[in-house]
Ligand binder design. Structure first.
Ligand code: ADP
Ligand code: MG
Length: 256
């Protein structure tokens, strides 16, 4: 059975999508079977995995509305080595359409049950909000990976996310836990980042992943080539850090 993780943070631009596609590619590289689910109507994780969102006939939208199964809607990204359940603008409408239906927050969970045996990891890229879409992700996940920049306001935003996760844990998904905080876009030369990083470790202990993702221009350039940095420039510092993070995740799930 696959271990299912949401990559979530209510803030936009913190590195959720970069983390999702590069962790997926890193895991594939070390021999794991991976499904990447794009739950953001922007479809950046889809495009960033070498899949053209405009050409998809079926997406996660069809899965949420139960007009397609995941087996029907997923595509394989040859270049990246993992499967993709893509998203495009159509998904923005799902929010409204789901209001009327039954078990609306459990749609993705039910659909995933049918394919979970095909994978070691399922990674879900969440939108920057606490919407019905994010809720669908949190309802089916074993854990949440929280990418964060080591900046002054980072800890403040975390309180909201931690409370949300507590509520979902109490009411909808007993298995949900924060797996860890991932320090991203890290620049060790900036004293403030080093200080916030130390504070994080003080507060959250071993919930802070050992791996640190550096700020690296190759990671930022890769999406314009429709690739994760791990595939675009495997020797870059950013790519090496994400492969190390993939290895750390493989170790973590052994004790879950
Ligand atoms: P989110 O999905 O949370 O909105 P993204 O992953 O799209 O965030 O990242 C926001 C921006 O920061 C993007 O332009 C991305 O290329 C860039 N970025 C993310 N991580 C890094 C990094 N480690 N080094 C340099 N740029 C990064
Ligand atoms: Mg994103």
């Amino acid at each position: 059975m696959a271990k299912i993780f949401c990559i979530a943070n209510q803030k936009g631009g913190v590195g959720k999508t970069t983390t999702t596609v590069n962790l997926a590619a890193g895991l594939a590289k070390v021999g794991q079977r991976v499904l990447m689910i794009d739950l953001d109507p922007q479809g950046n994780a889809t495009m960033g995995s070498g899949v053209d969102k405009r050409k998809l006939e079926l997406t996660v939208y069809d899965v949420l509305l139960e007009s397609a199964s995941i087996a029907e809607a997923r595509v394989h990204s040859e270049k990246c080595g993992y499967d993709v359940l893509g998203a495009n603008r159509e998904l923005a409408g799902a929010e409204v359409e789901l209001v009327e239906v039954e078990r609306r927050e459990k749609r993705l969970k039910l659909a995933l049950a049918a394919v979970a045996d095909n994978y070691d990891f399922v990674l879900i890229d969440c939108p920057p909000s606490l919407s019905m879409l994010t809720l669908n992700g949190l309802c089916c996940a074993h854990g949440v990976i929280v990418p964060m920049q080591c900046e002054y306001f980072a800890l403040e935003g975390l309180t909201d996310l931690v409370n949300t996760i507590k509520q979902v844990h109490a009411n909808l998904n007993k298995e949900l836990a924060i797996i860890g905080l991932l320090r991203v876009m890290f620049d060790p030369r900036i004293t403030l980042q080093q200080q916030v990083s130390d504070q994080l470790k003080e507060h959250f202990g071993d919930k802070v992943f050992n791996t640190v993702i550096p700020r690296n221009v190759r990671l930022a350039e890769a999406p314009s080539y429709g690739l994760p940095g791990v595939v675009f420039d495997p020797a870059s510092k950013g790519a090496l850090a994400f492969v190390a993070f993939a290895e750390e995740m493989v170790q973590r799930i052994k004790v879950m």
